[in-house]
Design a protein around this ligand. Structure first.
Ligand code: AMP
Ligand code: MN
Ligand code: MN
Ligand code: MN
Length: 272
């Protein structure tokens, strides 16, 4: 059975609709798929969970911060109708809008005008994020690519990287658990933390009620997989895996295309 428990649609910053995403996942041999859009469950409002060739598991990717680093937590197998997760999505969406205004102000100070309005127009109204600002910067000719936009304006520590608006880590985890979901730390290697800080993050995550971590996130080195599996096993966390698919053409984040979980960890789906 192939589980891909991390993917995005047009309801956040992915380019495929839920229907297109599901077709691509089926084509790639995925048996169980979680759509985990950033801070929204809207994809599930128009996607049946029961499909002919694939099983969908509910999911969301919530943004928070830890020691001034932006952190993402997946809520898997949550009850879509729970008041807790509906409140979470509403609160995070409001936080996104506040944050977008701040990003606009910060970019204005850097000589970029109209960024908030520009990004809002490019967004779907619910999810407004750094990718929209990056696209706006490309559109007005400030930079010539999305990656340059992140490098110069939107990336970690740059003017457009506003983190302080999110709910705190314990609150994020409580929202997930109160909706009967499993809280999984997303892509631990992406935060580029030192070893000591990564271990501290995992300990704080567990103290706050976190239950799992992504041991495999897209294409990664076998050595990284073994390392993540060891951290996971030592802390008795549940192990998850997913592509973090956003769009076709990124071979390192393609639906279903990643190494299997090592045998020494407990897969998160044993608790679905
Ligand atoms: P936000 O949720 O608004 O903080 O935006 C973060 C999203 O921007 C991530 O989920 C990625 O999809 C995207 N992103 C982050 N860094 C880069 C980058 N260097 N190039 C392209 N997209 C990026
Ligand atoms: Mn994203
Ligand atoms: Mn993420
Ligand atoms: Mn993601």
């Amino acid at each position: 059975m192939l589980f891909d428990l991390h993917s995005h649609t047009t309801f956040s910053d992915g380019v495929l609709t839920p229907c297109e995403l599901v077709s691509r996942a089926v084509g790639n041999g995925v048996d169980v798929l979680a759509i985990t859009d950033h801070d929204t469950l809207d994809a599930y409002r128009d996607t049946p969970l029961q499909q002919d060739n694939i099983r969908l598991v509910t999911g969301i990717e919530l943004s928070t911060q830890w020691e001034n680093t932006g952190i993402h937590v997946l809520g898997l197998n949550i009850d879509l109708d729970s008041d807790s997760i509906i409140a979470a999505a509403k609160s995070q969406s409001e936080a996104r809008l506040r944050r977008a205004r701040r990003i606009g102000e910060n970019l204005h100070k850097k000589g970029v005008d109209g960024a908030f309005d520009g990004a809002l127009k490019l967004s779907n109204g619910t999810y407004i994020g750094r990718p929209h600002f990056a696209q706006y910067l490309v559109n007005i000719g400030k930079v010539d690519s999305i990656s340059a936009a992140f490098r110069k304006y939107m990336g970690d520590g740059k003017a457009g990287d506003v983190k302080q608006q999110w709910a705190a880590l314990p609150k994020i985890i409580a929202w997930i658990r109160n909706a009967n979901g499993i809280a999984v730390l997303a892509h631990p290697l992406k935060y580029k933390l030192t070893r000591t800080r990564l271990k501290r993050l995992l300990d704080d995550f567990i103290d706050a009620g976190g239950q799992g971590m992504e041991v495999v996130s897209g294409q990664q080195l076998p050595q990284q997989t073994n390392d993540m599996a060891q951290l996971c096993e030592q802390r008795k966390l549940l192990a998850s895996c997913g592509s973090d698919f956003h769009m076709p053409g990124r071979h390192w984040a393609e639906l279903g295309r990643f190494a299997p979980l090592p045998g020494n960890v407990t897969p998160v789906w044993e608790h679905f």
